[in-house]
Design a binder for this molecule. Structure first.
Ligand SMILES: *Cc1c(COP(=O)(O)O)cnc(C)c1O
Length: 457
């Protein structure tokens, strides 16, 4: 088509009203929530950008597949459909459903890791790291240098540092049971990994005879970045690119709450029959029989259909463009963000925006609360509250102080995104009046979910 406007590649069949609140109502809601937006009632949020996990809208085709599902305990028709879609996409022989991504991680790591080992990854996602460390294994992040610098532009900031991987395998190879690569790299800002880099990781894994697993939660968004940014890939379909990504690996863990376009679910897939057998044995203990793994038959149907829809070109063009569009508006107004925008979220750099709020007064909390108060928008602090607590109970600044605005899939329209841009720019203009916070109460681990704060004078 000759027109440049990228439209939402769907029309809306069913709508859900959003609730408008006054600034005074939001102020009271924030007080009740202990100034922690995780503790708000979602109903009191106008635009909810807390996460893109499980928050997407399903298609009419998914809903109708749900009605057709087979709820048999063993050997359900819905499992075989799920399995065949995943085999076609990934090429992996063994497909093991789980209730979400972290359950797949738990099963893989529980069955394969031994204390004292090391698992390299570009960046471990927080649940991945926690599941590796739960086995007394070191979770080592080997993303390229460029991936650690928020303002630096690079097409594939999620790439693995191949030199560092090789040095690890050369010096401590006997301690490495498997290599992982996260596509896209969530903890690094939703940044993609190139095919060339994945091929390089594969060559190194072959040389040292190590299995390679993808953390594939956002594989389709990663495939779109390869198509649009990597030389020679423009003419290929996102599905063909995704198939090549998976063909370079020996297995994957997956959360269907992201690029499965579903509200719940996940899977573990692999080629090795011995590894799969051990995984299925643990699955039966913790998730369920191998043909449902903690999911209903209707979830398996929704995921199977979602995995077909997520690689459609029109969908991915709209998806990635809507994030980039928000990013462009914010960059145009000099709001500091991680650049370039990644696949699923915009990360506001609260530390850069609020230089007068030191990290231990939580600039990310200050900015997230102001966004809610002024505009009813909910984002998530990814900073000192999330990463600053040491095991001995002391605190240090997190690596960055960010507010993530994660965009749910197929939920908000362009005017919603325009509203978010306008509101973020207006709130950034209020930076001078924002004050830091102190913690009133917090649990010893994963404190960001439930801590209560008070504003500093
Ligand atoms: C969400 C996510 C997970 C964990 O998946 P859950 O379904 O939330 O358990 C693992 N890795 C990455 C990269 C993710 O984004």
């Amino acid at each position: 088509m000759p027109y440049r406007t990228i439209i939402e590649p769907f029309r809306i069949k069913s709508v859900e009203a959003v609730k408008f609140t006054t600034r005074e109502e939001r102020r009271e809601a924030l007080v009740r929530a202990g100034y922690n937006v995780f503790r708000l009632h979602a109903e009191d949020v106008l635009i909810d950008l807390l996460t893109d996990s499980g928050t997407g809208a399903m298609s009419a085709a998914q809903w109708s597949a749900i009605m057709q599902a087979d709820e048999s305990y063993a050997g359900s028709r819905s499992f075989y459909r799920f399995e065949s879609v995943i085999r076609d996409l990934t090429g992996f022989a063994h497909v093991i459903p789980t209730h979400q991504g972290r359950a797949a991680e738990h099963i893989l790591f529980r069955t394969r890791l031994r204390p004292g080992q090391v698992v390299p990854n570009n960046n471990h996602f927080d649940t991945t790291r926690a599941n590796v460390e739960a086995e007394d294994v070191e979770a080592l992040d080997l993303v390229i240098e460029e991936g650690r610098v928020p303002g630096l532009i690079h097409p594939f900031k999620g790439n693995m540092d191949l030199g560092a991987l090789e040095r690890l395998l050369e010096t401590r190879g006997e301690r490495v049971p498997l290599v992982m690569v996260t596509v896209t790299n969530n903890s690094g800002g939703g940044q993609p990994v190139s095919l060339e880099n994945l091929r390089g990781v594969r060559r190194i894994c072959d040389r040292y005879r190590k299995p390679l697993f993808l953390d594939a939660c956002r594989f389709a968004e990663n495939a779109w970045f390869i198509k649009t940014r990597e030389p020679g890939q423009a003419g290929r379909s996102p599905k063909a690119i995704a198939q090549e990504m998976f063909s370079l690996a020996d297995g994957c863990t997956m959360s269907a709450k992201k690029d499965g376009l579903s509200n719940i679910g996940g899977f573990l897939a692999m080629n090795d029959p011995g590894w799969a057998e051990a995984a299925r044995n643990l699955l039966i203990l913790t998730e369920g029989f191998p043909t449902y793994g903690g999911l209903a038959g209707y979830d398996l149907e929704a995921i199977a259909r979602g995995l077909e829809e997520v690689v459609e070109e029109e969908y991915l063009r709209y998806r990635i463009r809507s994030i980039e569009y928000l990013g462009e508006k914010l960059i145009g107004a000099d709001v500091p963000i991680i650049r370039p925008p990644g696949g699923h979220a915009i990360y506001l750099d609260a530390r850069a925006l609020l230089p007068h709020v030191p990290p231990l007064q939580y600039p990310g909390i200050a900015l997230a609360n102001e966004l809610y108060l002024e505009a009813g928008i909910r984002g998530a602090e990814i900073g000192t509250v999330m990463f600053g607590l040491r095991p001995d109970g002391s605190e240090r600044p997190g690596p960055m102080d960010l507010v993530r605005l994660a965009i749910p899939r197929r939920v908000y329209t362009q005017s919603h995104v325009d509203y978010v841009a306008e509101a973020v720019i207006a709130v950034a203009g209020l930076r001078g009046r924002m004050r830091g916070y102190r913690i009133v109460s917090a649990p010893k681990t994963l404190r960001h979910f439930t801590a209560a704060f008070a504003p500093l004078e």
